[in-house]
Write a protein that binds this ligand. Structure first.
Ligand code: NAD
Length: 260
């Protein structure tokens, strides 16, 4: 049986790997989905979903780092499908930088999207849930990078540690309303983001294209990079009634990379 019938999921970053896989998974489980990304028009993959699920799918272009854009996005979501019952707060950006060379601009871009964006998207959706008396759930995309520092990615790691912290605080603040707030900390997942990550590592460490990606996959205890669908399945679980007693947790979906 479908596990998300009657739910309305707002999913950000749906033109990328995990966001797209999650949108497909949520639609298959019977949810209505408001899919969000930066581009004014749908990616080819989202066009397919629009055609496949005309009654359950809408696309809204928004920039999660801007409050006016967030407000318009949440209003558009509600106008079409009613109260958002599940938020998959997934949009984020990555950049590499040796600690001594990280620029203020680089730092601001990462924090504007990954921390400020995630926080205010969560706040906007939570305000709507509380106002509408909805006992929904929030799922924030953190990372194994939020559990442990990395020499070349300090600003990104710190942004993801902040996501884990906001997840805990929001869970406590929202528990009296019956709203659950959890996170997912993926390990290395084969998405468009990793194409970019691999290229940046190749430049920084003098490697061939594809070399870093291959090495990180082999280093995972389960012996492979994750598939976006691996993360999408965890998101479906956390959004579903099966997870009704789970809140304030950030679930590692990483093939065994991190053990706490
Ligand atoms: P991706 O780059 O494939 O997709 C991210 C999407 O977010 C893109 O489509 C991008 O356009 C969108 N986006 C970026 N800035 C935005 C903004 N300001 N407003 C709206 N949309 C915006 O990334 P992914 O690998 O699918 O990652 C998804 C999430 O998982 C991110 O939070 C990422 O940090 C996290 N994560 C990924 C990995 C991995 O190995 N791929 C590992 C750990 C955590």
């Amino acid at each position: 049986p479908q596990r998300l019938i009657g739910e309305h999921a707002l999913i950000t970053g749906t033109a990328g790997g995990i966001g797209l896989a999650a949108t497909i998974a949520f639609l298959r489980e019977g949810a209505r989905c408001t899919a969000v990304d930066l581009a004014p028009t749908l990616s080819p993959e989202l066009q397919v979903l629009q055609a496949q699920y005309p009654e359950h799918f809408q696309y809204v272009a928004a920039d999660v780092s801007r409050q006016d854009s967030i407000d318009a996005m949440v209003a558009a979501a509600r106008a079409r499908f009613g109260t958002v019952t599940t938020l998959l707060n997934n949009a984020a950006v990555f950049s590499l930088g040796p600690l001594l060379e990280i620029t203020e601009k680089q730092y601001d871009v990462i924090f504007d999207v990954n921390v400020k964006g995630m926080f205010f998207v969560m706040q906007a959706v939570l305000r709507q849930m509380v106002a509408d008396g909805c006992k929904g759930s929030i799922i924030n995309l953190a990372s194994q990078a939020g559990r442990r520092g990395e020499a070349l990615v300090a600003h990104y790691c710190a942004s993801k540690a902040a996501v884990i912290s906001y997840t805990q605080s929001a869970a406590l603040a929202m528990a009296p309303h019956g709203i659950r707030v959890n996170g997912i900390a993926p390990g290395v997942i084969d998405t468009p983001m990793w194409k970019d990550v691999d290229a940046q590592f190749a430049k920084a460490e003098g490697l061939q294209i594809g070399e870093k990606k291959k090495a990180v996959g082999l280093a995972v205890p389960l012996g492979r990079m994750g598939d976006p669908a691996d993360v999408a399945r965890a998101a479906v679980f956390l959004a579903s009634a099966e997870a009704s007693y789970i809140t304030a947790q950030t679930l590692n979906v990483d093939g065994g990379n991190v053990m706490n």
